[in-house]
Design a protein around this ligand. Structure first.
Ligand code: B12
Ligand code: SF4
Ligand code: SF4
Length: 391
């Protein structure tokens, strides 16, 4: 069978399987990424979540010998929730890439089905016995946006993300490296023009202007770390306890983009806008049941709880003070105690003398350096308030 007709059959099948966009690229090395990847590493601008072996990122032949093509796919995800978000109590928010079932499972499922289809087509062909497939999404060695760009799914914007014409950047990406030689699609030219909206809107100046970023300054990264969050980022996350959507929300290519093609991706309000106080004392079992299927739970509950404590302070939730004080006294995790101290220093300013007394008292029971540091800063801040009130 000529490869062209196989390609057409794959495209038709991809539609049937609920793959929103598909493209074909050559499996030539990604030489153009070598310098940016090295530079990012030298400067310490990596998040640490990306695949660490740079040659494997550049050379698809290190995935398996003799790859010829890469099939790139994109699935569009919703940006608006249909349910209203109740104003009952303070809630956090997961960024949109963590709405519904973890996209890794959804894309893996689609790619595996597509591979099955190609294999079933191949069954009639002798040459097909040696065909190989390596599907990957996010955690694989390749740079997903670079593959998608080469395969013609869209262009890489100044926010570093793959922007498609039809769905904007609110798409998940995956790819299948294969040794079938497909005709490659045309890549899409850079489409940002003179626009710099995302760069101006990024609250931490993480975006460097050329599509690259200092990932350590990105709020998405900061919400996924396990230790204390550096103070400069705490107010900036507002109530978002996982990820950040700002450089996508401001992008003109994303205006009015909101696709609900995949039932598994539909968010429910209590999952993606969780009530913050209950989140802070949830057991591991409850956490797994309520949030375990979200992409944003991959680092476990601690970072989300830490961010939830910050979000309570950012939302002025004084009603949470008793719970925060309980955490300071009882939680075994220093990051949780330390962050709760910080939130008390902001929420306790109506009764600064009470909180100075309590926090001073607590200093003698505390041994973790990060908590002691937060206690010192909180006491100074609240004492200033006490002094000011006396005049
Ligand atoms: C590590 C990682 C992160 C890190 C670092 C992000 C980063 N940009 O490097 C953190 C945690 C911060 C992160 C955040 C997010 N991520 Co992320 N992340 C990844 C991951 C696993 C690796 C990325 C990587 O290799 N970076 C290192 C190198 C490649 O980046 P770089 O040195 O800056 O190089 C870039 C520039 O040089 C530029 N470039 C090169 N040549 C040219 C030419 C021109 C003209 C231009 C403009 C640019 C350009 O392109 C290079 C590639 O981006 C990928 C999955 C994968 N395997 O690829 C997902 C991935 C990029 N993430 C994704 C998503 C959804 C997000 C978030 C939106 C999630 C959220 N809501 O919080 C944010 C967006 C932040 C942002 N603006 O990038 C999606 C993006 C989908 C899309 N439409 O592009 C991916 C592809 C996962 C997936 N399979 O769907 N992520
Ligand atoms: S995700 Fe947020 S913090 Fe990260 S680059 Fe975009 S706007 Fe900046
Ligand atoms: S906001 Fe503007 S500069 Fe940024 S990615 Fe979108 S079009 Fe490009």
């Amino acid at each position: 069978m000529p490869k062209k007709s196989l390609k057409q059959k794959i495209i038709a099948e991809s539609r049937r399987l609920g793959i929103d966009k598909i493209g074909f690229a050559s499996a030539e090395p990604f030489y153009e990424l070598e310098k940016p990847l090295q530079k990012q590493r030298e400067k310490g601008y990596n998040s640490g979540f990306e695949h660490q072996n740079i040659p494997e990122r550049i050379y698809p032949e290190l995935t398996f010998e003799g790859p010829k093509s890469i099939i790139a796919i994109a699935l569009a995800y919703p940006t608006k929730i249909h349910e209203g978000v109740p104003k009952d109590e303070k809630r956090g928010m997961f960024a949109r890439a963590s709405w519904g079932t973890d996209y890794h499972f959804i894309l893996e499922d689609r790619m595996n089905k597509l591979i099955e289809f190609i294999k079933s087509e191949a069954a009639q062909l002798e040459e097909a016995s040696g065909w190989r497939f390596a599907p990957q999404v996010d955690t694989g060695e390749l740079v997903d946006v670079a593959v998608a760009q080469r395969a013609g799914l869209g262009f890489i914007g100044r926010n570093g993300l793959l922007i498609t014409e039809e769905y904007g950047s609110f798409v998940y990406l995956g790819e299948i490296v294969t040794n079938i030689d497909f005709e490659a699609d045309q890549s899409v030219p850079f489409g940002c023009g003179e626009c710099t909206r995302c760069i101006k809107a990024c609250p931490t100046t993480a975006l460097l202007g050329d599509g690259s970023m200092n990932a350590k300054r990105c709020l998405s990264y900061q919400t996924q770390t396990k230790g204390m969050m550096p103070e400069e980022y705490r107010k900036k996350i507002r109530n978002v306890i996982y990820g950040c959507d700002i450089c996508q929300m401001v992008c003109p290519y994303n205006k009015d983009k909101d696709f609900h093609f995949h039932p598994e991706m539909e968010p429910t309000v209590d999952e993606v806008y969780p009530k913050l106080q209950p989140l802070l004392t949830i057991t591991n079992k409850e956490f797994k049941e309520s949030f375990g299927h979200l992409a944003g739970s991959w680092r476990g509950k601690k970072p989300l709880q830490r961010n939830g404590i910050i979000a309570l302070a950012n939302g002025g939730a004084r009603e949470a003070l008793p719970l925060l004080w309980q955490l300071v006294q009882q939680d075994p995790r220093p990051e949780i105690r330390g962050t709760a101290v910080w939130s008390i220093s902001r929420l306790g300013s109506k009764q600064p003398d009470l909180w100075v007394t309590r926090l001073r008292e607590h200093q003698s029971h505390e041994s973790a350096p990060e908590v002691l540091e937060e206690l010192t800063k909180a006491i100074i801040k609240l004492q200033e308030k006490v002094d000011k009130n006396q005049f």
